[in-house]
Ligand binder design. Structure first.
Ligand code: SAM
Ligand code: ASE
Length: 350
């Protein structure tokens, strides 16, 4: 049966196309279950639960809950067994680790942002492509040129965005911190370092270096208030503006997911400013989702690039895109490290 499917041409029956059509609903099944607290409930439950029991605990309809749980079983995110003739549901290790709220590797905050902010923005993808710019005006009535005014349009949105930024480094942080041996850089400054999640990975990997997060003053304030750290003190925080303000001195400047936010002229201005702030031997580490050199993949990076179109002013690039920006601003010895995960690292020195 399966082999027959595989050998048949997409022209006979468009399996892949139909699966792609369903993609947005598959995402929403997980996002909604997360929002409703399905994974938290099943993690806490000492026994598998019936749909009726789940519905009672979550104050949801029995019928809707049963369909949602069944879809999650079909997607192999939950498991079901029959007990006294009734279906009872339990979680999987993957759901407990990544989808429940409390776990140290929880992607709950990433899911919340994708569901509440990215999903509605993508309603305007066709317009973004037509106009070649972000849809902040249509979506929120905010001007397209002030992207962080849109990203931080309310306290709730600021917290949600920071939650997203924070949660990515649960997965990729260690690989990024150790993609290159950075132990020679005494003073590391993470520009636009947000909650300090990546900075803490850097501090862990290079205990004899000092690590500072530099971000907008209201972001630093929110980071300290809402994203406290057990190892407080491993990372320092400093408020400022990397475009218009003075940069703190550093041996290595980290720019994680910064270049991809901005149009080329702003990227060049920022990198030039870093070059001028660097001593010879000083460096810059870019952290981004790299496209293949021929831009034919990976799909994740291609999708991220469309996301930058819909929401920001930038794009994702292949290695040569970053090498070009760095060489034009004076940096040399550009080294590229693909991690095989979502984010990659690019190191250059003055
Ligand atoms: N580096 C973090 C990461 O990868 O998780 C956050 C990346 S986020 C896409 C961009 C960050 O740049 C935000 O934290 C934002 O507050 C910060 N930012 C934006 N404009 C800035 C500016 N003019 N000066 C300093 N930080 C800025
Ligand atoms: C940014 C990163 C993101 C700015 C806006 C963003 C992400 C979502 N919105 O620098 C995370 C990575 N990209 C996607 C599509 O999830």
């Amino acid at each position: 049966m399966m082999a027959e499917h595989l050998s048949r041409s997409e022209l006979d029956y468009p399996f892949k196309l139909l699966e792609y059509f369903n993609g947005f609903r598959v995402s929403k099944v997980i996002f909604s279950a997360c929002e409703l607290g399905v994974f938290d409930l099943l993690l806490r439950s000492p026994e598998p639960m019936s749909a009726q029991h789940v519905a009672r605990e979550l104050s949801t309809s029995v019928d809707g809950t049963e369909r949602l749980l069944d879809a999650l079983v079909g997607m192999e995110i939950l498991e079901v067994e029959t007990s006294d003739g009734a279906a009872v549901y339990s979680s999987t290790d993957v759901a407990n680790l990544y989808l429940a709220r409390g776990s140290s590797k929880s992607l709950h905050d990433m899911i919340a942002y994708q569901s509440q902010t990215v999903y509605p923005l993508w309603n305007h993808l066709a317009d973004a492509v037509r106009e070649g710019r972000n849809q902040n005006e249509k979506a929120f009535g905010l001007p397209p040129e002030d992207i962080f005014q849109a990203v931080y349009r309310s306290e709730e949105e600021m917290l949600r965005f920071m939650g997203l930024m924070n949660s990515s480094w649960v997965l990729d942080g260690h690989d990024i911190a150790t993609a290159f041996d950075l132990s020679g850089f005494q003073k590391i400054v993470d520009l636009g370092g947000c909650t300090g999640a990546l900075a803490r990975e850097m501090a862990k990997a290079y205990p004899s270096s000092s690590v500072t997060v530099f971000d907008l003053p209201q972001v630093v304030e929110t980071a300290l208030k809402h994203f406290p750290q057990e190892d407080a003190g491993a990372v320092r925080f400093l408020g400022g503006d990397f475009f218009s303000g003075e940069l703190p001195p550093a041996d290595l400047y980290v720019l994680a997911r910064i270049i991809h936010d901005w149009p080329e002229e702003k990227c060049l201005a920022l990198l030039k400013k870093l070059y001028d702030a660097c001593k010879p031997g000083g460096g810059v580490l870019l952290v981004e989702a790299l496209l293949f050199e021929n831009r034919r993949g990976p799909v994740t990076a291609q999708i991220f690039s469309l996301n930058m179109l819909v929401q920001m002013e930038g794009r994702e690039r292949p290695p040569s895109g970053y090498t070009g920006l760095l060489n034009r601003t004076g940096f040399h010895d550009v080294q590229v490290c693909r991690t095989g995960k979502s984010y990659d690292a690019i190191l250059a020195v003055r």
